[in-house]
Design a protein around this ligand. Structure first.
Ligand SMILES: Cc1cc2nc3c(=O)[nH]c(=O)nc-3n(C[C@H](O)[C@H](O)[C@H](O)COP(=O)(O)OP(=O)(O)OC[C@H]3O[C@@H](n4cnc5c(N)ncnc54)[C@H](O)[C@@H]3O)c2cc1C
Length: 373
């Protein structure tokens, strides 16, 4: 289902489609093989204005609403899911600064977000699904705070220049601060060698006596869990869009192949067993799209969207892995070859059963929301 875009939105979406077709899709296989973006691609994303897409106009952005932002992510993910997820990580972080930052923090940082990537960092070796296990601390010092600890597996870690960081301000109290890579005591650590979304740098940051002003606290002291949930919700809508794009890509490959490949004289697309797979991929793609569009519409309307956003990613991630597996089976031996993108599409989708909350935790959240009704 396509939403009723305005003529101006349609023009912008056409530009996104052209950018994806010309600058991203041709490098899809190369990005997976090399484990990084081709030289110059990130700068093209910056120069074309993608970093400021959903940023309010007063900070130099294009003020895209949640529905069209998700549509951009979907269209880009058809070309390459890594590029879409790099933007997703940036947008969900900006969302939290827009919602919970002090005016001074917003004035200082948001105008730079059209050129610099922002990232949200919660995970540590001792705390992924269970944030109270983290060990990074913030201690009061004069008019500000001193931060110590390290964060791992951060989307865009190493590429991003500004990080929202979940810390302990007391043994049972979590808070979030904004840290700049140029602050004394900030350094980068290990980069992950992940099996999917190979273009996205995912890495560690190390904080060693990093001093931040009070203005760098997001929300209030103790708001960490609420902020983490809010970041997850915003990310999950965009991940639903990225997953839909991955399924669209897999479907294109599978249908093109099914029209050409013959079982003796019959195109395999005429076989019921192959048609069933194509139909399942199509239904999975369209249901995930409806879920993320519904969550985005609720967000745009200022209504609660947490459960819908969670369903989008919980359903969409498993569905996309199964869809890519079906598409791989349509191509059979060629599907299993790196000559075709299906293995990497499956691994790209697989990341989203883990990042921004595991499917196990998300099922718990959905059930808890239903039990509370
Ligand atoms: C591609 C990618 C990008 C990522 N980007 C970021 C990022 O930008 N920022 C960031 O902070 N982190 C990021 N992460 C880390 C990710 O958020 C964590 O991997 C995830 O939260 C799970 O934590 P864990 O790996 O420590 O697994 P664990 O928490 O150790 O979980 C192990 C298993 O136990 C289950 N489990 C554990 N606790 C519970 C529970 N309470 N209820 C139900 N099941 C449970 C899990 O579902 C899982 O199956 C990223 C990860 C990936 C793969």
């Amino acid at each position: 289902m396509d939403l009723n875009w305005t003529p101006q939105q349609n023009m912008l979406l056409r530009m996104v489609g052209e950018f994806t077709d010309n600058e991203i899709a041709p490098y899809d296989m190369q990005i997976d093989r090399d484990g990084k973006y081709p030289a110059g691609l990130f700068q093209k994303l910056v120069d074309t204005g993608f970093l400021g897409l959903m940023l309010p106009k007063e900070y130099g952005g294009a003020a895209f609403d949640p529905e069209i932002t998700a549509e951009v992510i979907r269209r880009m993910a058809v070309g390459n899911a890594s590029a879409a997820v790099t933007l997703e990580g940036h947008y969900k972080t900006l969302d939290q600064i827009i919602k919970f930052g002090t005016q001074r923090l917003k004035d200082d940082y948001l105008p730079t977000a059209t050129k610099r990537i922002f990232a949200f960092s919660m995970t540590e070796s001792t705390g992924g699904s269970n944030p109270l296990g983290i060990q990074t601390t913030a201690k009061r010092s004069g008019n500000g705070w001193i931060l110590n600890g390290n964060k791992i597996m951060i989307t865009n870690g190493g590429l991003a220049e500004v990080y929202c960081v979940l810390v302990k301000t007391a043994p049972e109290e979590l808070s979030v601060f904004v840290v700049d890579k140029d602050m004394p005591g900030f350094s980068f650590g290990k980069q992950e060698d992940f099996i999917g979304l190979r273009g996205v740098p995912v890495g560690e940051i190390v904080l060693s006596d990093v001093h931040v002003d009070n203005d760098h606290l997001l929300g209030k002291v103790g708001d960490g869990p609420m902020l983490g949930d809010s970041a997850h919700d915003d990310a999950r809508i965009l991940m639903g869009a990225a997953l839909t794009g991955i399924m669209e890509h897999a479907l294109q490959v599978a249908t093109d192949y099914a029209k050409e490949r013959k079982a003796l004289s019959t195109p395999i697309g005429q076989l019921q067993s192959i048609q069933r797979k194509l139909a399942d991929i199509t239904m999975g793609k369209e249901t995930t799209k409806l879920l993320y569009q519904r969550a985005a519409a609720l967000k745009l309307a200022g209504r609660p969207y947490s459960e819908e956003a969670t369903m989008t990613k919980a359903y969409g991630s498993r569905t996309a892995v199964a869809a890519c597996d079906d598409a791989l089976q349509v191509l059979a031996g060629y599907g299993y070859s790196r000559e075709y993108p299906l293995a990497h599409l499956m691994m790209d989708a697989r990341a989203m059963e883990i990042a921004e909350g595991t499917v196990e935790k998300m099922r718990g959240q959905i059930a808890t929301a239903e039990l509370a009704k």
